[in-house]
Design a protein around this ligand. Structure first.
Ligand code: FAD
Length: 390
């Protein structure tokens, strides 16, 4: 049977597109390799990291309560139960999405899809069978994968965000490579659970791209919590020793230093992987740097029957941006007037303190020659902040 719409990838882009299209009366098939919709965000990204950050906050607040005259003992961490809590959060939310898909009569296929042409895909199903589906329209929402360092050994001691979230154990000494939000959030979790955390970042500040005043406030607090934060420093080698990982650093003056850690978390960004999607069988084209799929305001690719949304369709790689694009693509396919025409996309870093921004930064505004006014409000003058002892 020819499908009206197939959606490949059921992350926050794909499931929102599928739900919107079904609500608009289209007959929808949603394909993902997970047991339920959710994608990277729900299974191994935003949601498990936020569940663990909640635990980190409880631990931190219980320690800080001492200053307010309430003393708890040292927390005893039952890692099995921590993992169980995180898994329950994930299954509750992904199971809920599965129900919502059913209610909308969306056909959910667990498997991996590959384009055979501009109007057909082959699905390798989780049960081992294969099926070819023809479609009028497809939305590609296959997301991204963590980038690794080419010289990093394959080892239990070398983590990416996915394996770090599995929380197999709490290493004594953890090095986080990359001072972006994923590295800092996971570093915060491991530090609260007992690791001594060090961070290394190639650029001159943490959270490159964020407003410097915000990054600095976070940086100051993290300096008191993490063992060290090395900026302007590159990791040049990682090797496994019998009981640790040895890491070489090079600072901006070319000085080389080698240190040992129990585990290393590589959090240097995410990239789109096109292998196995059969894009050569379509008319899809890529951005000049090949990092993203080229799309127009409706998120339609250069192949008119195929749309692309989420991480695969451009920066910022954030869940709510994927969802907003999913809604636009579904509406456009259903014949509505819709376009992804945003002025500003909010971003939040769930560290402690949490920081958030929206739109361009002061530095970007200055680069563009815009008139800039800076307004600051000190938290010390906020009654709410003071009552929180912050
Ligand atoms: P994804 O969520 O990446 O889902 C894509 C799905 O497609 C996956 O299930 C994948 O297995 C499946 N797939 C791939 N290929 C195929 C195929 N051939 N056939 C079928 N299925 C396929 N963003 C935020 O906004 N806030 C946060 O707090 C946040 N925290 C994060 C924390 C971590 C640790 C990580 C790693 C990411 C975080 N993100 C966060 C980013 C967010 O997860 C992504 O931007 C978002 O998931 C992108 O959504 P997507 O729809 O493009 O696809």
């Amino acid at each position: 049977m020819r499908k009206q719409l197939i959606v490949i990838g059921a992350g926050p882009g794909g499931y929102v597109a599928a739900f919107t299209a079904a609500d608009l009366g289209l007959n929808v098939t949603l394909i993902d390799d997970g047991q339920n919709p959710g994608g990277v965000c729900l299974y191994r990204g935003c949601i498990p990291s936020k569940a663990l950050l909640h635990i980190a906050r409880i631990i931190e607040e219980s320690r800080e309560a001492k200053e307010l005259g309430v003393e708890f003992g040292e927390p005893r961490i039952d890692l099995d139960r921590v993992r169980e809590f995180k898994s329950q959060v994930v299954s509750k939310l992904t199971g809920g999405l599965g129900q919502l898909a059913k209610q909308r009569k969306i056909e959910f296929i667990q498997g991996r899809a590959k384009f055979l042409s501009s109007n057909s895909v082959e699905v390798q199903k989780a049960d081992g069978s294969k099926e070819t589906l023809e479609f009028d329209h497809a939305i590609l929402a296959t997301g991204s994968l963590p980038i690794t360092l080419p010289f990093a050994p394959r080892s239990e001691r070398v983590l990416d965000s996915t394996s770090a979230l599995e929380l197999r154990n709490i290493p004594g000494r953890l090095l986080v490579i990359g001072g972006g939000y994923i590295g800092l959030e996971l570093g915060t979790v491991y530090r609260a659970l007992g690791s001594e955390v060090s961070v290394v970042e190639m650029t001159p500040s943490l959270l490159p791209g964020a407003d410097k005043d915000l990054a600095l406030t976070l940086s100051k607090r993290l300096q008191g919590q993490f063992k060290s934060i090395k900026l302007n420093t590159k990791v040049t080698a990682i090797s496994e020793t019998p009981n640790a990982v040895s890491v070489s650093f090079e600072d901006k003056n070319g000085q080389v230093l080698t240190e040992e850690f129990d585990k290393v978390l590589i959090a240097i960004g995410r990239k789109n992987v096109y292998d196995g999607l059969g894009l050569d069988n379509t008319k899809i084209q890529f951005s000049d740097d090949k990092k993203f799929i080229k799309v127009n305001a409706q998120r339609q690719t250069t192949d008119p029957s195929i749309y692309a949304i989420g991480d695969i369709a451009g920066q910022p790689m954030l869940a709510h941006k994927a969802s907003a694009e999913g809604k636009v693509a579904a509406e456009a396919i259903a014949g509505h007037k819709a376009g992804f025409d945003v002025k500003a996309i909010p971003a939040v870093v769930f560290t402690d303190p949490e920081i958030a921004w929206c739109g361009i930064t002061e530095a970007e505004a200055k680069d563009k020659g815009l008139n800039v006014t800076v307004s600051k409000f000190p938290w010390a003058a906020s009654g709410r902040a003071v009552t929180l002892n912050r």
